[in-house]
Design a protein around this ligand. Sequence first.
Ligand code: IVH
Length: 668
Amino acid sequence: MEWNSAEKRVKELQDLLNKYNYEYHVLDKPSVTDAEYDQLLRELIKLEEEYPSLKSADSPSQRVGGAVLDSFEKVQHRTSMLSLGNAFNEEDLRDFDRKVRQAVGEEFSYVCELKIDGLAVSLRYENGLLAQGATRGDGTIGEDITKNLKTIRSIPLKISEPLSIEVRGEAFMPKGSFGALNKVKEEKGEEPFANPRNAAAGSLRQLDPKIAASRNLDIFLYAIADVGDTEIESHSEGLDRLEELGFKTNKERKRCENIEEVIQYVEEWTTRRPDLSYDIDGIVIKVDSLDQQEELGTTAKSPRWAIAYKFPAEEVVTVLRDIELSVGRTGVVTPTAILDPVRVAGTTVQRASLHNEDLIREKDIKIGDHVVIKKAGDIIPEVVNVLEDRRTGEEQEFLMPSHCPECESELVRLEGEVALRCINPKCPAQIREGLIHFVSRNAMNIDGLGEKVISQLFREKLIVDVADLYKLKKEQLLELERMGEKSVDNLLEAIEKSKQNSLEKLLFGLGIRHVGAKAAKTLAQQFNTIDKLAKATKEELTAINEIGDKMADAVVAYFENEEVQELLIELKQVGVNLEYKGPKLVAVDEIDSYFAGKTVVLTGKMEQLGRNEAKEKIEASGGKVTGSVSKKTDLVIAGEDAGSKLTKAQQLEIEVWDEAKLLEELNR
Ligand code: IVH
């Protein structure tokens, strides 16, 4: 075929197939048979192979999955992907409603949606084309799984307008595909997936996109991430807008005017849940108005304007055979129930944490009891209660030991605590658990160093403290069980990479008492280097808003310890970064700028700066840029074609500038 006619035909086929895709997978209204679709797709793939320059980013041929990747790149989310607070019953829902009403008054609506049981993903479009798709990860940094996401037919490779926009949704595996997949797996003698969520997550985490392509995944989009840059005023408008752009949204959503209607919706779907072709694990309830969402704000982890109602977990009965003890990183001794293996919520459960002695007494748990088990949050097995009427008299009471099961030093119960602790700082169990914590995701995040490898390294005395991790040699690692050349190389690379982490990861990893991931970040941001933090006094520490007495004492005590000081020297020697690398903290009152401490809304088109740039500049000058105009807004910058936000600003008599004035002030 001539190049010219090939170009024309390829374009034609791409458009046609994209249209058929949309009709079939988004609208659920196919206009051609699968056979016709496949034939056209084959024709397209053949032509694109002949003329590779005609292959475009939005070509439907991309959906079959291309080359295998080595690893996934990390992606920093432009706005963080929060999770939701949970409600487990009507009372929790009414509680949530009360708080919403306290904050915004009586005039508001909710939108209820099904909580799809899959995994959250973020899709970024540049000029209308799908540019990147990522997992949620820790909410701030996810993984680039674009190639796998492109295989999901209901994800448009191109949206109906040439916009640059980021959208969020839940990728999932429909029940039918899940059943079929597990059947094949079982026939092959492979371990089946526990549930559709794991199957979806497992499929999207494959480095070979052809696997994802074979898994029949689907998606519902539920939010525009950068909605602040649009004229949209409510969550429901956002969902309508998503549909206009060609995205698949879930149709079962409903606007509810009050909590009674919400509860009715929850009850309705508790009954109808089995009839759906996909799994849901609850209902998400969101305040509709974006202004009101903003008024309610968010906590560190989740928005105050939304909540997830979780369906009650499946419960099963089994026998508790024994109670085992383990010593944690902080010396706490935790009893664990050893159970007769039992299937619950998709996996076989053999152990359940009993947390502490008080809980064993409270629930009157004895060895040999029949117990009811469920998975809290569908993940963590727990003993709900004992079936007393099934006792035979043979059951045995369990007594906590007086000495540490690992190092035999005497256990103590600290004042005000329910836990028993081993307070021997040299207790091997504590050291091992501390090492496991050090490499975990929110700490130094060293891929390939799980509990098993650490335990082995520790047992073989290859590591005693965290600095030793950085002294491991290839030959030593090759000696370990199940460690090949390739995994050793990967591991060493991951260890090397972790040296560059910003200070907060190290601080959290060191396991200073009372210092969680968030406090670690605050400390890193405030003190910048570990040396400065190590010299901080209690007064300097408690002067920081989020640091209380208990934490300050713990930090001071930690750095006074001589062994800690030696450890820091060692870490420095092996090349671990001891400085904070994140955004700098500048006290608002130290910034000499008009914008310092002001809340600014950008609306309309910016000719010279562009929205993102304008936002960055205002923020760098100490201002806060938000998405919607409210009483709290100090200033609105209205570009070309500004709409309802400008009108609202005028109604509320808020100061309005044009872009020229903004530039003038920024360049002053
Ligand atoms: S909204 C800030 N809507 O549930 C609000 N989430 O913890 C972000 N999910 O991570 C979530 N269906 O993976 C929202 N209709 C829905 C959802 C939904 C499922 C998942 C999502 C999120 C988790 C909530």
